[in-house]
Design a protein around this ligand. Structure first.
Ligand SMILES: [Zn+2]
Length: 249
């Protein structure tokens, strides 16, 4: 059997207890998970590690968390994290149409794009309903930004619009809610620039069974895709995409 590696391109591993669960660890091992891109919510999550796996941390000021809820780190901290090589990406950060402070969101985003540019880091984008605005901001500030549109929920036209950038699409169950949008899915696959994510927030999970169920939802996506595609092609593309974004082997 061909050797392959899976990456959870966006997750929140903020539950130290579950990360030591034997069933969960052996599930990840037997399913060939290798890398987790851990998006931190609190500063202390930079210490999270899983024995036998690679955990790459990413930190950003999130349009909801930063403005509505409050985060325990700020722009200066992001610079410090990057300086100390504690993070491998900036984000999640971005735009969210659910909150009425677009100008503030834009300013905060541009400041973070500047840090990513300065430290040559990829950006993990959170974007709800503002894809065209996001493209405009990238284009007029840091058009060479490389990054991931995490939890992508756009359409074929938006995918087309992002082709001008060094941007990858992250496929999650979000794309399948309320139902599978095949046209969008096919458009993503055609780009050959995609990754898969659970966006799991481990602190809300109580046992390994629940977590495994969430990871199995990714397997369901693979199975669905395999109807018209070879599975190893997809697995190759997701790993190659991660290698292009982050410095991993
Ligand atoms: Zn997330």
């Amino acid at each position: 059997m061909k050797n392959y590696s899976l990456v959870d391109a966006h997750c929140h591993l903020n539950n130290e207890l579950l990360l030591q669960d034997h069933d969960l660890i052996s599930y990840w091992k037997s399913n060939n998970y290798k890398i987790f891109i851990n998006s931190i919510i609190n500063k202390n999550e930079l210490g999270i590690a899983i024995k036998g796996f690679t955990v790459l941390h990413t930190a950003g000021l999130h349009p909801y968390l930063y403005f509505q809820k409050g985060q325990d780190f700020n722009l200066q901290d992001l610079i410090d994290f990057a300086d100390k090589k504690q993070i491998h990406a900036i984000g999640e950060c971005g735009l969210d149409k659910r909150y009425n402070n677009f100008a503030e969101q834009e300013t905060l985003l541009v400041e973070q794009l500047a840090i990513a540019h300065e430290y040559d880091l990829p950006v993990v984008f959170h974007c709800v309903g503002k894809y065209y605005e996001l493209a405009k901001i990238i284009k007029s500030n840091f058009p060479k930004t490389r990054g991931i549109l995490h939890g992508f929920k756009g359409n074929a036209q938006i995918i087309d619009n992002f082709k001008q950038f060094d941007i990858y699409f992250s496929i999650s169950s979000r794309l399948f809610q309320p139902s599978i949008d095949n046209k969008t899915l096919q458009a993503i696959l055609k780009t050959d620039r995609y990754v898969f994510e659970t966006d799991i927030e481990l602190q809300h999970y109580h046992n390994s069974l629940e977590v495994i169920k969430k990871y199995n939802s990714i397997n369901d996506i693979y199975s669905h895709l395999n109807i018209s595609n070879k599975s190893f092609d997809l697995i190759d593309v997701q790993y190659k995409s991660i290698k292009n974004l982050f410095s991993v082997n």
